[in-house]
Structures are given as structure tokens and as C-alpha cells.
Design a protein around this ligand. Structure first.
Ligand code: ADP
Length: 723
């Protein structure tokens, strides 16, 4: 089930990543498409712009041709008006022609031969056009139409005198010959280059070229980009077209369907061909313009830019994916930690429940046995002894839990005061004495190293450390074993007036493994499982010990070997006190006389009232009961001031709880009543409960079940403080 959901999650993650990747690709494709469509729109308008440019070039080109034609006509008009012979005409022409590159030829219509105004180097001026009949044909036909303003231009041919590629402009002249008149053809021969030179495109089309072609595609004036003799042949060859296809291209243009077409030139380069009819001056010829397509491209797709954007987006995607994966990993880890913590808690509750039930079971069972044997005092006494032991264990357990909770919430504070180290060690030995006797164990105590007896520390907590370690040594050593305690305290001189206290407990017990020692200071770690094992314990002792030592900025070390025993060493740096200080502290505790006190006890529970009433009586203290907080306040108010010496206040009570009652008491008009010591005596024993009691105005807090010693010293302190 779990595996399935993990698989599902993984699939979902992969789907998410794929979705992102697809999204990135779509965005990129849209970008490219947009740039391309911009580009093709741009291309279309660039082509149109070029066509209109060629269109305006056309009138300019026409001008150039017309001016050549009219120069020729001027000659003809002059010759015709002057009745010239051939020699005279040639002589006139050589004078009239100021342009070196241009020549004038006069031909006989019948023979297509004649003379040039300029002779060859050897003086020969004869020219023969019989092989250029094709070139002449179109010009002649134009001339025959006799339309004014027409340009009668030949196709390109080679000037027989200069050998330049040239075109000729034709006019008819009449010469005097043998007393009569004869028609001749006057040709103004102009090098093609000279004309093409003038057909210059404006700056933005600098690569553009213009040509003039006849109806069948023969070049009249050729552009250098156009190869072959014929434009359509050039188109056919370099675009690998069939004759029909080439014909179709030509038709497209000539029918006027197309004015511009993209083709490939002799270098395989794309160019645009524009074909426009030469209107005005000659209807059977066309202008053809050439421009490399690249020159028209205004906006290009910047693929580098696209690549940068693509890589950038992919990087972001990758980075984000890695980040998400990392987050997932962390979440999974913290989830595992949470699961482990919750498992530890469950384990703890299970073992707590067991640990509490065991002594409870003993108490319930032994009470039952005692009540059945009330007539047998020995049996009853035995039961009561065992009940006391079980109760004490239960109390230890609960106190340990309280301590751990206090420490873990950071609420354990140390109350440093002067004390006698020797007395403390003696007291501690007394406590374990009984256990030692039971197990027939030998204890050796060496206090020779105590050079500084009076120190300042939280005596209660220090005692707790020593007792934990010593009772563990007793617990985990088999009967007949040996224990040795070494205590020393030596003035160090460093860090002010401090002594180094070393407390060392060595036993010959069961020892511990290296592995176990790594985690022994964690709460609830035990080698023995009290659910299966007889050795009683909570697994909290070492944890509390270590935490208190940390709080005191001390150090604890342990050496242990399975089957041989363990040595725990505690090192603490404690300020040195003098004897009088320590003595003052002890007397403050015992100083106040409690005998004959009269107390008010607010307690809703009958059994608890009975117990406390009885226990107080043992110490000659009398008490009256109030069944809730309200009753307590009323009784205090109604009785005379000074009737009660102090109030023991339960917290959880019906009608009015102990905290509310205290708040009321602290508002009473009578000063004696208002200032009466109030001690909380409650099962609410967590740090925040204690804090709440003090905030409500109580003097002290004593946890239930009541430890009489603690209650009495709290009473003593509170009374001493109020006087
Ligand atoms: P508890 O004694 O209540 O189980 P502690 O926290 O005091 O809890 O000790 C944790 C565990 O460390 C014990 O259960 C025991 O397995 C091991 N241990 C502690 N002190 C000793 C010792 N002196 N010798 C052997 N084992 C010990």
C-alpha cells in the first residue's frame, strides 16, 4: 500500500517535470514561430519595396535609353537636312560625336554593310553587320512602326571596330549618291557597360543590378549577375528546371501574374528576380532586376538568442527541479525523524505504562492481601513494607519524568548554595546502605582527596547525580560484587576561586558494550527491558544525570567492559565556600518551629484530606478542611485574623480552583489574611503548572504524593519569609 503511494508520488513528480519541460519547449517554439512570421512578413514587404524600386528605376532607365536615341536622331536630322554624301556624313559624325566610347555606323539596308565614323588603327573603316541580323531585327521592327519616342535599340552585339559588347540605336538617313538619293541605316553604337553603368540602384539596394531583355529572354543590356545568352536559360540551368518549367516561370512574369520570384543564381545563392515590361519606349522588351535575397532580409532569426533563451530556461528548469528534489529529500528526512520520534514516544508510553502498572499492581495486590489478613500483624507489616517500596519506585519514576520534561523544556534552573561535600557523600552512602546489605556487596569509599569541603552548587541536583550513578553501580552489579567511590576536590587556582570536584564510581558489575555506550545518555535507553527483565529502571537516570552535568558545565566519562565492570567519572568546577556559609544554609532550613501550627487545607478529595490530616498530626500540626477554593476563601475571611498560620491549596477543585482562590486571597482587605502563606499541594507537577501557581501568588509548590520532608521544608521557608 505504502509502496504503491510512493510509486504514485514518483510518477506524479516525473509527470510534473515532463510537463515543465514540455511547457518550456512550447514557449521556445512559439518564440521561434513568432520571430519567423515577423521575418516572413518583413520579407514580403521588402520584396514589394524592391519591386517598386525597380519600377521607378524603369523610368530612369528609359530616360537613359531615350537620350541615346535622341542623340542618334539629332545626327540623322542634321544629315538629312544637309544632303550629304557618305564621306560627308562620316566626316560630320566623327566631328559631332564627342564621346570616345560611342561610334556611329552607316549601313546599306540591302547588304547590311557600311562604314564607321571611327576607323580601325590600320585606317579601315568598313563594317559588316550581316552576321548581326538578329541583333538588328528588333530595332528595325521598332523603327518600322515609326512611333515617335520609341527607342529603336538592337540586341547586344560586338562592335566590329572596338570589339566591345554594344547596343545600337537606329535612325534612317538619306544620302546623296551618284546624283540620286539612297536610304541608309544610321546606328549610334554604345557600349552596353556605358548604359548599365548609369543604371545604378539606390544605396540600400547596392547589390542590385538591372538588365534589359528581349521578349524571348535574350539580353539587350546584360547585368553581370546574369549568365548565359538568355535569361530564361540562365534561370532554367541554375534552378535545375525542365524546359516546360522554365517556360512556366517566364509566363508567370510575362502574363503579369508575378513581378518578383526567388531563384538560385550561378553560385547557388538565392536571389530575387524582378521582371517588368518596358512600357513607354519599347513594348517588346523587359527590364530584369537581380538582387541577392540576403540583401532584402531585414530581420533575421537570431538563433543564438533563441539558444541562449532555451539554455537559460532549461537551466532554470533544472535548477528548480534539483531544488524541489532537495526539498523533497529534506521533507522525507524530517518525516522519517517525526515518525521515529512518534515511535519513540509510543515505545516510551508503552514502557511507562508497564513501569507504572508493575508497582501499582504490587500496591493493589498487597493492599488486598493486607486487608484479608488484618488479624495477622506480621503479614500486614510485610505487606506495608512492600507497598512502601513499590510506592517509592512509582514516585521515582514520576519524578524522573518530571525532571526530563523540565530539562527538555529548558525550565530546570539551578539553585546554587554553599554545602558540605563530606556530608553529602555520607548521606548518599546511607541511602544505598540497605541495598548493599541486601546484595551482600562491598563498598569502599575514599574521600581522602577532599581538600575543599565547602563548595557552592545546587546540592539537590548534585546529590541526584551521585545517587543515580551509585545506585546504578549497585543495580548492575551481581550480589557479592565490589564498588568503589573516589571523591576529590582540589583548588585549581584558575578561573577564580574554584575547586575541581572529581567523583568516580567503579563497580565490578555486568558492564556495557561499546555500542550501547554510544546512546546510553539518550532518554529511555536500557540494556534490560523492564517488561522482560526484573531489574527495575526507567532508562531516564543517565539522561537526567548527563543533562544536569551539562547545565553545571561539567563533564562525565565512562569506561566499561562487559563482565568486568564500569567506571563513571564526573568532573565539575565549583566555586569554593567557607564553613560559616554552609552552616547558615543548613540552619535556615531547620530554624522554624512547626509544632502547634494550625493550617487550613483546601482539598476536595476525602482520602487525600484524610492522609494529609493524619500526616500533619504526626508532626503536631492541626488542620481544618475546606472542600473547595470558595470555601477556603470564605473560611479565611470569616475567621479571625491569625487563626490560620498557612494554607495548603489543592489546585483542581470544583466551584473555585486553587489558583483563583489564591488570587482572591491576595485581594483581601485584612493584611494578615492577605499575606498568609499559601502552598500549592497538587498532582499538577509540570513546570508550567508550578509557574502558574507562583504567578497566582502562591509561595511554593509541592507535588502529590506528598513527600512530608519537602512539605515541611516548604512550610518552614514560606513562614520564615513572611515573618
Ligand atoms: P535505568 O537504570 O533506570 O535503566 P539509567 O539511565 O540510569 O536507567 O541507565 C541506563 C542503562 O544503562 C541501564 O538500564 C543499564 O543498562 C546501563 N547502565 C547504567 N549504569 C550501569 C552500570 N554501572 N553498569 C552496567 N550498566 C549500566
Amino acid at each position: 500500500m505504502e509502496e504503491l503511494s510512493v510509486k504514485k508520488k514518483r510518477l506524479r513528480r516525473i509527470a510534473l517535470l515532463m510537463g515543465n519541460a514540455v511547457l518550456v519547449c512550447v514557449i521556445l517554439l512559439l518564440c521561434v514561430w513568432r520571430v519567423n512570421s515577423n521575418h516572413s512578413d518583413g520579407m514580403e514587404s521588402a520584396k514589394n519595396a524592391f519591386v517598386s524600386n525597380v519600377s521607378s528605376m524603369r523610368s530612369f532607365a528609359n530616360e537613359v535609353l531615350s537620350s541615346e536615341q535622341s542623340a542618334c536622331r539629332d545626327w540623322a536630322v542634321y544629315i538629312n537636312g544637309a544632303d550629304m554624301t557618305m564621306e560627308e556624313a562620316l566626316e560630320y559624325l566623327s566631328r559631332a560625336n564627342s564621346d570616345d566610347a560611342v561610334m556611329a555606323h552607316i549601313l546599306d539596308y540591302d547588304t547590311c554593310s557600311g562604314y564607321s565614323s571611327k576607323a580601325r588603327e590600320d585606317g579601315d573603316s568598313a563594317v559588316d553587320y550581316s552576321s548581326f541580323s538578329d541583333a538588328l531585327a528588333s530595332a528595325q521592327s521598332a523603327m518600322n512602326r515609326e512611333k515617335d519616342g520609341d527607342v529603336c535599340i538592337t540586341s547586344a552585339y560586338t562592335n566590329p571596330i572596338s570589339h566591345y559588347q554594344s547596343v545600337g540605336f537606329l535612325e534612317n538617313i538619306t544620302l546623296t549618291e551618284d546624283g540620286g538619293q539612297k536610304d541608309y541605316m544610321l546606328i549610334r553604337v554604345v557600349p552596353s557597360d556605358k548604359i548599365a553603368e548609369k543604371w545604378v540602384f539606390p544605396h540600400q539596394y547596392a547589390e542590385g543590378e538591372l538588365a534589359m531583355i528581349s521578349e524571348d529572354g535574350e539580353y539587350i543590356i546584360r547585368a553581370s549577375a546574369f549568365k548565359n545568352q538568355n535569361l530564361w536559360e540562365f534561370v532554367r540551368i541554375y534552378n535545375e528546371l525542365g524546359y516546360d518549367e522554365a517556360e512556366a516561370v517566364k509566363e508567370e512574369f510575362y502574363s503579369g501574374k508575378t513581378q518578383i520570384m526567388q531563384l538560385k543564381d550561378s553560385k547557388g545563392q538565392a536571389y530575387c528576380l524582378v521582371c517588368l515590361p518596358i512600357e513607354d519606349i519599347r513594348t517588346d522588351a523587359w527590364y530584369a532586376a537581380y538582387i541577392p535575397t540576403g540583401f532584402l532580409e531585414t530581420t533575421r532569426v537570431d538563433y543564438t538568442m533563441v539558444a541562449i533563451v532555451a539554455i537559460g530556461m532549461l537551466m532554470i528548469l533544472l535548477f528548480n527541479s534539483l531544488y524541489i528534489l532537495d526539498m523533497n529529500l529534506k521533507l522525507r528526512k524530517s518525516n522519517t525523524l517525526a515518525v521515529n520520534a512518534s515511535r519513540a514516544k509510543t515505545d516510551f508510553l508503552s514502557s511507562m505504562s508497564h513501569d507504572i502498572r508493575t508497582p501499582m499492581n504490587a500496591i493493589v495486590g498487597l493492599t488486598d492481601i493486607a486487608s484479608r489478613n488484618v488479624d495477622d500483624p506480621i503479614r500486614v507489616s510485610d505487606c506495608l513494607t512492600k507497598i512502601t517500596a513499590a510506592s517509592n519506585h512509582l514516585l521515582t519514576l514520576i519524578n524522573d519524568i518530571l525532571d526530563i520534561s523540565k530539562i527538555e523544556s529548558g525550565k530546570l534552573s539551578l539553585n546554587a548554595a554553599a554545602f558540605s561535600l563530606r556530608k553529602m557523600v555520607d548521606g548518599e552512602i546511607n541511602i544505598v546502605q540497605q541495598q548493599l546489605k541486601n546484595k551482600e556487596m562491598e563498598l569502599e569509599v575514599n574521600t581522602d582527596g577532599i581538600q575543599e569541603e565547602y563548595l557552592i552548587a545546587d546540592e539537590l541536583r548534585l546529590n541526584q547525580i551521585f545517587i543515580n550513578l551509585l545506585s546504578n553501580a549497585v543495580k548492575y552489579t551481581q550480589p557479592g560484587g565490589k564498588i568503589r567511590v573516589d571523591v576529590s576536590s582540589v583548588l585549581t587556582g584558575e578561573d577564580g576561586n574554584k575547586a575541581r570536584l572529581i567523583y568516580k564510581v567503579a563497580d565490578s558489575g555486568i558492564g556495557m558494550t561499546e555500542e550501547f555506550m554510544k546512546t546510553m545518555y539518550e532518554p529511555f535507553t536500557r540494556v534490560a527491558d523492564s517488561r522482560k527483565d526484573q531489574t527495575q529502571g526507567t532508562g531516564l537516570g543517565l539522561s537526567i544525570t548527563k543533562k544536569i552535568i551539562d547545565l553545571m558545565e561539567g563533564d562525565i566519562t565512562c569506561e566499561s567492559e562487559i563482565g568486568k565492570g564500569s567506571v563513571f567519572t564526573v568532573t565539575l568546577m565549583l566555586p569554593i565556600a567557607d564553613q560559616t556559609q554552609a552552616a547558615k544554609n543548613t540552619s535556615a532550613e531547620t530554624g522554624f518551629e512547626l509544632k502547634g501550627l494550625h493550617l487550613l487545607v483546601a482539598e476536595d478529595n476525602d482520602i487525600n484530606w484524610e492522609i494529609i490530616h493524619e500526616l500533619l498530626a504526626v508532626h503536631d500540626i492541626s488542620a481544618v478542611r475546606a472542600v473547595n477554593g470558595r470555601a477556603a476563601v470564605d473560611m479565611l475571611e470569616n475567621e479571625e485574623a491569625g487563626t490560620f498560620d498557612a494554607i495548603l491549596m489543592d489546585i483542581q477543585m470544583p466551584v473555585m480552583n486553587g489558583r483563583e482562590a489564591t488570587v482572591e486571597i491576595r485581594k483581601l482587605p485584612d493584611e494578615t489574611k492577605r499575606m498568609i502563606p499559601v502552598i500549592a499541594m497538587t498532582a499538577d507537577a509540570f513546570a508550567e503548572d508550578i509557574q502558574a501557581c507562583l504567578e497566582a501568588g502562591m509561595d511554593a509548590h509541592v507535588a502529590k504524593p506528598v513527600d512530608m520532608n519537602k512539605l515541611l521544608s516548604a512550610l518552614r521557608e514560606a513562614l520564615a519569609a513572611r515573618t
